[in-house]
Design a protein around this ligand. Structure first.
Ligand SMILES: Cc1cc2nc3c(=O)[nH]c(=O)nc-3n(C[C@H](O)[C@H](O)[C@H](O)COP(=O)(O)OP(=O)(O)OC[C@H]3O[C@@H](n4cnc5c(N)ncnc54)[C@H](O)[C@@H]3O)c2cc1C
Length: 521
């Protein structure tokens, strides 16, 4: 790979010309799959990751953007999960300091008992994290709370509890992980859909059939180990292994509304630990806007583009309106996005989704297909480590030590200026700035031509959506603005990808149609 340039055609060639077998083949390019592939390649295994759409197209670009110990898991008494997530939060901040920011949160307190409860609870949160805590939590007076978060309701306010957690950019991390896998000698390719499993003489998964959806060509790929990391779609792959496999995952939808900073102008984030229906609500500053969410609604068949439900939108608008001085209305929403949590299906009876464990689960089918479900972005590295330990054990391979706790992720850079609109490129920012000519495609979202070119040449972007949803975050930050710039983006991309005018038209039509779903009418 010359100066970070990634040629997808070359990668596809490596998939099919591998001449023999891959040691580890991972299906799914979200947090789980990327974490596993990075763990495998850094242990020295010949590693391939296949993603049917784009990296992080699924749940992994639709999170609340928190690298967190999980305050609410503490409330549920799951101390082991909080401890594990706190360790991983610290490791991620150490290895990707260009993407993970130490974020202060304030819980506004409206009663004496809440003051006691949240002060003790958040002190316990610090204590569990130990030396990996990002900072001490502290009770602050009513006056200081109002100075820090002037946009919250002041009536009845007693004070606030300030604590620290991590905040990140989810799809940028996914891309940087794919780049790191490739730099370590592995192959990670997008738009490669696994359509079937290949079986060995004893029915063990021995590879896959994969369709390059860009070219419409299908290939057989051999592998010693096949790992299913397809999030809410794991049951599709499990049924390729065993057509009558039991359902192992349930999907719980969470949505977010993106609002202009004027609704919550603080640099601190707002955390409401218990909304009137017992959920947690966050308002988190993100790329100059504010992300408000989330919900937790069990849904039926999973979709790659989940649609927010009216009742979810109403819930967030109402709850945010109950705490913020300026009440948001539908017309104020810049973008709405929905994601599906892949939760391990509970063994018996229906549970509330809030109560289903958020820790990950590794399963090995009787034929030997490895599957991972559950977990969260914050613990993606540990999920990879646990999976590769299971693989080595089951395959009888010598146990290798993990390398990832100290592995720097592509883009690693220290001392970030978070107000720099290009901060999330980390060590790549200087090169991109050097190619920029001062013309903004979107001045509001700070997107220029050099970024679009870079997304295609260095970050494997193939479609307008790849650039506007996941290389930059335009679609999630301001869906109308992303529609306004889609033609210019498509035209720049076509020049590099050798595509014609028809491609530009098709791409713009496809993207604009999708972006309409992120707009509230
Ligand atoms: C609303 C919400 C908020 C969240 N907030 C946070 C948060 O703030 N912090 C945190 O730590 N975690 C958070 N999480 C959890 C976290 O986002 C998820 O646990 C994580 O992203 C799941 O990643 P995954 O790789 O398992 O699934 P996905 O990201 O969905 O990835 C699975 C991938 O597999 C691909 N795939 C499926 N079938 C095939 C096939 N046949 N061939 C090839 N590829 C295939 C899909 O296209 C998809 O890209 C949140 C989740 C939700 C829903």
């Amino acid at each position: 790979m010359k100066s970070g340039i990634i040629d997808r055609d070359q990668l596809v060639k490596r998939v099919t010309d591998a001449g023999g077998q891959w040691d580890v083949l991972v299906i799914g390019g979200g947090a789980s799959g990327l974490g596993i592939a990075l763990e495998a390649v850094t242990r020295g295994y010949k590693t391939l990751l296949l993603e049917q759409y784009d990296f992080a197209k699924g749940t992994s670009s639709r999170s609340t953007k928190l690298v967190h110990g999980g305050v609410r898991y503490l409330a549920q008494g799951d101390i082991a999960l909080v401890r594990e997530a706190s360790i991983e939060r610290g490791l991620l901040q150490k290895n990707a300091p260009h993407l993970v920011k130490n974020q202060t949160f304030i819980v506004p307190v409206y009663s004496f008992w809440d003051r006691i409860k949240y002060t003790i609870g958040l002190k316990a949160y610090d204590w569990i994290a130990g030396r990996l805590s990002l900072g001490s939590s502290v009770f602050i007076s009513r006056k200081k709370t109002l100075a820090a978060i002037p946009d919250v309701r002041s009536k009845g306010l007693v004070g606030g509890v300030l604590y620290h957690d991590g905040q990140f950019d989810d799809s940028r991390l996914a891309l940087n992980l794919a780049q790191t896998i490739i730099e370590q000698g592995g192959v990670a390719v997008n738009y490669m859909k696994v359509t079937a499993l290949e079986k060995g003489p004893e029915q063990q998964p021995a590879g896959v059939i994969v369709e390059d959806t860009e070219r419409g060509a299908s290939y057989k790929v051999k592998a010693k180990t096949v790992i299913n990391a397809t999030g809410v779609f794991v049951d599709d792959i499990l049924r390729m292994d065993n057509p009558v496999a039991a359902k192992s995952v349930v999907a719980s939808q969470g949505i977010h509304l993106v609002l202009d900073k004027s609704f919550f102008s603080s640099a601190h984030a707002l955390m409401i630990p218990k909304t009137n229906d017992g959920r947690v609500l966050f308002a988190v500053p993100w790329h100059n806007e504010v992300v408000v969410g989330t919900t937790d609604t069990l849904v039926g068949a999973p979709s790659v583009e989940p649609r927010p439900l009216e009742k979810e939108i109403e819930f967030i608008l109402e709850t945010a309106g109950a705490y913020l001085l300026k009440k948001p209305a539908r017309k104020d929403v810049l973008s709405v996005f929905a994601g599906l949590r892949p939760l391990a299906a509970p063994k018996e009876g229906a549970q509330k989704t809030k109560e289903i464990s958020r820790s990950h689960k590794i399963m090995i089918s009787p034929n030997g297909l490895f599957t991972i479900i559950g977990g969260k972005w914050t613990t993606y590295r540990k999920m990879g480590e646990d999976m590769m330990n299971s693989v080595e054990k089951k395959q009888g391979w010598p146990a290798k030590a993990t390398q990832t706790p100290d592995l720097r992720i592509h883009g690693f850079a220290m001392g970030m200026d978070w107000s720099d609109p290009f901060y999330f490129y980390g060590s790549d920012a200087a090169d991109i700035k050097a190619k920029s000519n001062g013309h903004w495609i979107s001045e509001r979202l700070k997107i220029n031509k050099a970024q679009v070119e870079w997304a295609v040449t260095h970050e494997m972007a193939r479609t307008v959506e790849d650039v506007l949803a996941r290389r930059t975050r335009a679609l999630l930050l301001d869906a109308r603005e992303s529609i306004r710039i889609s033609t210019e983006v498509a035209t720049i991309m076509a020049g590099i990808l050798n595509q014609d005018e028809q491609w530009v038209k098709d791409e713009v039509k496809r993207f604009d149609g999708l972006a309409q779903q992120y707009i509230l009418q």
